[in-house]
Design a protein around this ligand. Sequence first.
Ligand code: 6PG
Length: 265
Amino acid sequence: MPKTFQVHYQVEENSEAMSLTAVDWIASSVEFAVRARGTARIAISGGNTPKRTFELLADPDHAFRKRIDWSRLLVFWVDERCVPPDSADSNYHLAKETFLSKVPLPAENVVRIEGELDPEEAAARYESALRDRFRLEGAELPRFDLILLGLGDNGHTASLFPHSSALHEVMRLAVATQVEAKNPWRVTLTWPVINHADKIFFLIQDTSKADVLKEVLLGPYRPELLPAQLIRPESGEMTLLLDRAAAAKLPPPGPDGMGLLGVSR
Ligand code: 6PG
């Protein structure tokens, strides 16, 4: 039976406006989870798009930093490139430079993927860290309060790349995968884990994403070619934050910048 879900999208004028909205949404999700469950567990992506959002999280001139109870936040990663943690290509390094090193987040609240290890070992160790931190039993999946994703211009999200073996992995929580990109070895959360999250936010900017975004949302279901189509949230909805350039091929949003699509797959 096809799964039907709603895609809410918000279109911002430019990348700075998009980052300000993103950081507001992250802070609200963390506040909500802390109020509801005592802690907030979020998984973040790498790439260029979230850089400014991460900077704003730590910026002393903005209120976001103070809205977050850092002692109750746990930070995980959606994926990691298999490089050392001090490499400029490391997703952990990006987060460390932009916000982790600037906010009062206890070191034990940072659960990184050890990209310096053999990829299979890094995936196995990350999976056991997830089992431990979420106190999982048997085949249970972790339920992240928030997963932040990006979209590649080839339709990948996380490190779920077109035609890669990771697309077929449904039992593991995290897998090693070889992809056609710089830093070809990656470790990624599997798509069933992503779909199980409480909230899924995509941050997408730039003209180079406009066509692929339209194909992912409105084109035929071809997940081997467009792995971002594997993201079908169990909660029944997901949210995209877009700049005007990335949103150019979607139905125009309303005057408030909000759009809504029903997707069935
Ligand atoms: C990574 C990512 C990846 C990213 C997209 C979009 O490690 O590369 O987690 O999935 O989100 O490639 O990247 P940009 O934001 O750079 O376009």
